[in-house]
Design a protein around this ligand. Sequence first.
Ligand code: MG
Ligand code: ZN
Length: 384
Amino acid sequence: MLQKIYIALLLSAFGFVALGQDAYLNAESEQTDKVYQGGKPYNVKMYPQEFKSEKPKNIIFLIGDGMGVSQVFAGLTANQGKLFIENCRYIGFSKTQSADNYITDSAAGGTALSCGVKTYNGAIGVDADTMKITSILEEAEEHGLATGLVSTSSITHATPASFIAHQPNRGMYEHIAADFLEIDIDVFIGGGIAHFINRKDGRNLVEELKNKGYTVENDIKKMSKIKKGKLAGLTAEVHNGRMEERGDMLPMATNTALNILSNNNKGFFLMVEGSQIDWGGHANSTVYIVEDMLDFDETVGEAIKFAAKDGETLVLVTADHETGGMALTGGNISTGMVKAGYPTKSHTGVMVPVFAYGPGAKKFIGIMDNTDIHHKMKKLLLNK
Ligand code: MG
Ligand code: ZN
């Protein structure tokens, strides 16, 4: 009981902090944002479906935050009929409900995927009683595998945080940043430098990271030249900008992480998040959703290119939940035009797709709980 009161107090204390940072929750889209008019499509390559092994040595786990089937098909339409995701021949659906809500948030959704436990909305790597639970990234680390996190949001935001941090509320960004010092993660790239240096406790986590042997870099072009060692890439004060501002940050960061992680001959676990598909959904902006969906798909393409060459890498693509209840009310595959309507500015309860490519991919067909994705990954990667 006391614990419940404690949680409630924390939720109210940190709730407005979260709102202050996460302006995307209150964003309004213009009427012109409802229709994506089409753009120049990129080429999609289809890769072979033969692999070296039955079980993966490496997993690249890509989360499109807020990415339901409509978001995927909006991307497919916008790119005039083709996506890299189509390389994934094994497809399932994930049930996203959290322990306390039919509609999950990204913290409980992230924790279900990272730790395999359903918890309350707002929880980061803790169970429904706020007890710390171990993530697949931490277990991979314990087994001697290399580990990495990449995100277009702040690296302290709910989705990446749930793979590395253990805090009762997602708004505790400075506590979450400090949790990055508690583990030997090899590479992380995302925004959020403010949470590492402008801290109430006076700690300078950038200095602490350097003392632990990390190269700390904020320029994506510079860090993309780093091929080994430990890397902390902090690319924005808080969140990275939209596509027009951040450009190829996500695919570049993913390739940078893959270069570093593939040095470990025991294997690696890498989580990559396309964070802002969700923010487009909150804003009910078709343009925002499509731009970020295509950026995410091109990043999936980089992961699949690596996996096809490597032959021992499983690529998994899924979402934590859908956002906006996006409905495609019109479109044109020849021009890439997409028109959508939205019944809500929040998340929805619908199942989200799971796409798999590589050794072990066939385990991900059918309808599963979000927590099952964690258990399947762990069995394949760590034999646990
Ligand atoms: Mg997220
Ligand atoms: Zn959201």
